[in-house]
Design a protein around this ligand. Sequence first.
Ligand code: ADP
Length: 901
Amino acid sequence: MLGFGTLAKKVFGTPNDRKVKASRPLVAQVNALEPKFQAMSDEDLIGKTRELQGRAQSGESLDKLLPEAFANCREAARRALGLRAFDTQLMGGIFLHQGNIAEMKTGEGKTLVATFPAYLNALAGKGVHIVTVNDYLAKRDAGWMSKVFAQLGMTTGVVYPFQQDEEKRAAYQADVTYATNNELGFDYLRDNMKSSVDQMTQRDHFFAIVDEVDSILIDEARTPLIISGPSQDRSELYITLDKFIPELSEEHYKLDEKTRNATFTEEGNEFLENRLRDAGVLPADQTLYDPESTTIVHHVNQALRAHKLFQRDQHYIVRDNEIVLIDEFTGRMMAGRRLSDGLHQAIEAKEGVAIQPENVTLASVTFQNYFRLYDKLGGMTGTAATEAEEFAEIYKLGVVEVPTNRPVQRRDEHDRVYRTAGEKYAAVLETIREANAKGQPILVGTTSIEKSEMLSQMLTKANIPHNVLNAREHEREAYIVAEAGKMGAVTIATNMAGRGTDIQLGGNVEMRVMEELAKTPEAHPDEIRAQVEAEVAAAKKEVQEAGGLFVLATERHESRRIDNQLRGRSGRQGDPGRSLFFLSLEDDLMRIFGSERLEKVLSTLGMKEGEAIVHPWVNKSLERAQAKVEGRNFDIRKQLLKYDDVMNDQRKAVFAQRREIMESEEVAEITADMREQVIADLVEQHMPAKAYAEQWDVAGLKQAVIEQLNMELPVDEWAAEEGSNQDTIRERIQDATDAYMAQKVEQFGAENMNQIEKQVLLQQIDAKWREHLVTLEHLRSVVGFRGYAQRDPLSEYKTEGFQLFERLLDGLRSEVTQQLARIRPLTEAEREQMMRDYLQQQQQTEQSMHAEHEDAEVAEVAGRIPGFDAEDPTTWGNPSRNDPCPCGSGEKFKHCHGRLA
Ligand code: ADP
């Protein structure tokens, strides 16, 4: 009997079916226009573009222009590339334009699909970004598709690392720009560190089409993009703090053996507060609980950890005036590895060796928050459905499964499970041998580089020629993977390798043509193409008869999506194909999820040595295990996002403010407002509105006016006058300051003064913001420790992050006011010196800036969770007691780091 759900689907169709159905009339409209566009001349196609641009820019909706735009684009692609887009490709284009993820299988021609919505949306004149996973693909796709855009009278740009700003700017000015997610994010961050608008490279964030959207918005989104540079020298602080730790006694701190955390007790805090005040590190009126103390608390914590958790000759050695870490489990020295967030410096201080500068974040953003900048997003991938919930929740993106152009013929077999890895690999080898004997091309998938290499050795021993891909050299690997569909080819690849290049049976025509042309440049391209096409067609037939591409996976990946990606490499465009997964009880995934229970069930199913179990129950329970890991990874990304969201609003506010300043003709109003606020605060601070006259701190106010406003005013006399109060004093200070600043404007000239004000504002915003980012990082680690006091770290982080931001604004106002009150005309020589210093500093910062993003690909292949550090228990979260210990010892957590003292 059919369940109600299944029955309902039969009658009404799935929601997906309805979306697909709804797009058909639009596809029909485009088809109806085809003969008309085929009859047009090349100039007419460009003329059509100009007409559509005019209509779009005078307010006609893009939806309305869609049929004509798509018809024009289809015809242009037919002429420029010789490819006539299938109806399913138009459909994909429609979903992208509507701001969805179009799930389209490998080989369905997604590169071409993107040109349709890109062209349509570029008509609005704000530029469209097409986002790829690596630079090789950005260049390849831009090179290929620029022919279509040129045929339509539109420009194409491509952005890549280390490109001159000039070129970048031109690329972003193009109608359609190809770039990787990393480069887009870094350009955004770098733009917001520039000192004038015309130095910025990007323009609007209007519409982005993200190719391999699951890789980019999910796998890579686990770590933020960071631009970092050396911090100011803090050696003094490390050395000062270090001295206090040996003075502590046992009641001052607690060591948590389980998580290897060290925290201060109430007594410890009190003791430290006094010592820090005596040492002048903590101002007299400040406690360790104030948000201003975040950085100090962070570094004291690190000093404590350095002393109590890191033992010389066990965790590190001292060699040549340097700390060298030791891998606890192998005993190897890890030269060059440094602990982050000031921990390494704390150990250096403890050992009295040279303290090396810390690298700090100058700017950072997560992909989640970068891509949310766009007015509209669209995405393409072969595998999105399993992550539909995350796309909807984080990016408001729907997923639509686009039907394949031809029905899928691939045979997906049930998993084969063996008892041991040894038995599994023996079976893998046998299966490869059999298929290879028929000449069937085989793609062997592995989950790590090490395993690829091990398999490669096995095949070499067995005399089976093969290629190995590790997702390291994108371009070279693209060529190899393109040939993986040839007769007799055996290709071993980690899951990510050769992404974005599809495997065509018999060989890849485009790549072969390019190769042949490179070999014989004098030959006629059309003749070469015809020759290659004929050869490939013949070869294809042979491969089809041998069963098409055989995808053989040696393990299941943590996420179902990656397994599906691998499977999907076979059976493109209705080709025959086969996919099969080999597993063993010793696989990581099995080990993590209770292989004991699994083993029991399997032995009742009759598992024997050397024999595989094939049973749907196994597939089901593995998928459940995978869903669990996927869920955990989603949680990690959500957590990252929640923390980044706190900063995101602030970042947006700061970037917007910077931009406003850069774009303003005049900033006098901004600085005057700041001054007014500073004066009001000063007066309120020294003569609170509610206080009696005898409680006023007039002398303090007088001194503060000298410091902040650079004026000696008879504040004491004013205060002594009959009837004076907070308001009258404030007004008189304000008037005196206005006059003083007006005098400066006179002296410098209004235009000059305006330039100076702009510069001071931007410099101060940047300096304060960078300081703030570092403090936020520290706050994050500090609230992590506080988690033990049963407070929710995230809400603490939010509250204090907000307070710190308010302090930032206070500090900014006061710094800008002080500096402007102190400017004086410079001599020619001084001016030149200043300019030189400034340029030098700017150059130094730029040279020492690193753009960093831990490549999810590499992390993934190495089987790691980005952000997770096996050596740093504070990054482990809360492992459950029966899980394997995150340190990698292979023991259960409860028998290793989780052992109760
Ligand atoms: P995907 O990214 O969906 O795997 P690609 O964009 O790499 O696919 O395209 C796969 C292959 O399909 C390319 O070699 C391309 O030339 C071919 N192709 C794409 N669209 C068409 C079409 N409409 N007609 C014929 N071949 C096409």
